[in-house]
Design a protein around this ligand. Structure first.
Ligand SMILES: CC1(C)CN(C2CCCC2)C(=O)N1c1ccccc1/C=C/C(=O)NO
Ligand SMILES: [Zn+2]
Length: 403
């Protein structure tokens, strides 16, 4: 039986209401115990951190994230989910067998230093990794382990900060993503949950996940991202709505650079309200790529962890089994700040505004504070532009009402 949970939004910490279980007639029955925290699973082991550190553009990020979360003692009331590497068969539930066979073949043949333009997207944006196949099994396995724990009802929310690689396509690596663990996780959840919604908060369009589900109405993908000419990956306009029975089940919110917390949260709320009304989902996956944060070298958006927290909190209010993933994020200290903050929000405890003393304390200078300060950059998202895209999104989603 899948235990459900319900959240009551209380500031500042998330005091989560008692667990309720679905009684026979499917209606929530409230157990009469006192407030039980929602059961949170947290994917971690050293092998996964070692693999996650392999990709050069976020070298060492996995360990810095982990150490900050540990320094705040956030894992004491979570269930640590030790990941099992994915098997080839599991990777092939989304990826083509020739792509996976190719990764096996080149597993220890190349290293990032090899300046080769290989097949299957390996070599340009996605340099060959030493142990590239083992890397994909570890990364894919992390998210699959989380999804399986949600399927078994062991946890209500599962967090995997080492996943969220949303650009990988069925038969090629793309955008520094070699395996699309988000797609694998959604496919796993679909074994137990009929309808799944995927929400992508990364500054880049979640093109690989959208492509994976654009022809089905069982999975809705919602992506908020920067959308400018020449900005990677270049997909994700409002006109991009999915096809066939999947039509109107891909929702895109293309934004221009400079958007800050207040505006972003306002846009999210307006879209989320319509999405919840048009698509009844049984489980949720949220990709929290932190490259939208102020201070990210990509520099596109001007967000702080407050924007990410607002969206995650809003989504958790639906009280559905939820899988939370990482993704991009190239300012390693700010990415760690953001994901530690989100972890605290999910487990329902407050964080001290001063970064605790720990191995990587020096990375948080000069403020040594948890808060990320936004810059005073111009938000180029005019009211006219935003109202226009919200209207298009609303018009698209009304097709689901009438369906
Ligand atoms: C190589 C990295 C990943 C790093 N990077 C920045 C950050 C720091 C200096 C350049 C990029 O733009 N990258 C990319 C290059 C080509 C294609 C995609 C990406 C990023 C994808 C992504 O984050 N998706 O969520
Ligand atoms: Zn990104």
């Amino acid at each position: 039986k899948t235990q459900m949970f319900s959240l009551v939004e209380k500031r500042p910490t998330q005091v989560l209401k008692k667990r309720s279980s679905i009684s026979d007639n499917g209606v929530f029955s409230r157990e009469e115990d006192d407030n039980l925290q929602v059961q949170v699973g947290y994917v971690y082991d050293e092998n996964l951190v070692r693999h996650a550190s392999k990709v050069s553009n976020i070298k060492g990020r996995a360990l810095v994230v982990q150490k900050l979360i540990e320094s705040y003692d956030l894992l004491r009331n979570t269930i640590i989910l030790k990941p099992t590497p994915a098997t080839s068969e599991e990777l092939c539930s989304f990826h083509s067998s020739d792509y996976i066979e190719y990764l096996k073949e080149i597993n220890t043949k190349y290293t990032p230093e090899d300046d080769v333009t290989l097949e299957y997207g390996i070599g340009y944006d996605c340099p060959p990794l030493d142990g590239i196949f083992d890397y994909c099994c570890a990364i894919g396995g992390g998210t699959l382990t989380a999804a399986k724990a949600l399927n078994k009802g062991e946890v209500d929310v599962a967090i995997n900060w080492f996943g969220g690689w949303h650009h990988a396509q069925r038969d090629e690596a793309d955008g520094f993503c070699y395996v699309n663990d988000a797609v694998l996780g959604i496919l796993e959840l679909r074994k137990c949950f009929n309808y799944v919604i995927y929400v992508d908060l990364d500054v880049h369009h979640g093109n690989g996940v959208e492509a994976g589900f654009e022809r089905t109405h069982k999975v809705m993908t919602l992506s908020l991202h920067q959308y400018e000419s020449g900005f990677y990956p270049g997909t994700g306009s409002t006109a991009d709505v999915g096809t066939g029975v999947g039509q109107y089940h891909s929702v895109n919110v293309p934004l221009h650079e400079g958007i800050g917390d207040k505006h972003y949260c306002n846009v999210f709320d307006q879209v989320w309200y319509k999405v919840v009304d048009s698509f009844e989902f049984d489980a949720v996956v949220i990709q929290c790529g932190a490259d939208g944060l102020s201070g990210d070298p990509l520099g596109g958006f001007n967000l702080t962890q407050e924007a990410y927290g607002h969206c995650v909190r809003k989504i958790l209010m639906e009280s559905k089994p939820t899988l939370i993933l990482g993704g991009g994020g190239y300012n390693i200290a700010n990415t760690s700040r953001c994901w530690a903050y989100l972890t605290s929000l999910v487990v329902g405890c407050e964080l001290d505004s001063d970064i605790p003393e720990h191995d990587f304390f020096s990375m948080y200078g000069p403020s040594y504070e948890l808060a990320i300060t936004p810059s005073n950059r111009k938000d180029t998202n005019t009211k006219e532009y935003v109202d226009g895209i919200l209207k298009e999104i609303e018009d698209n989603l009304t097709h689901l009402f009438t369906a």
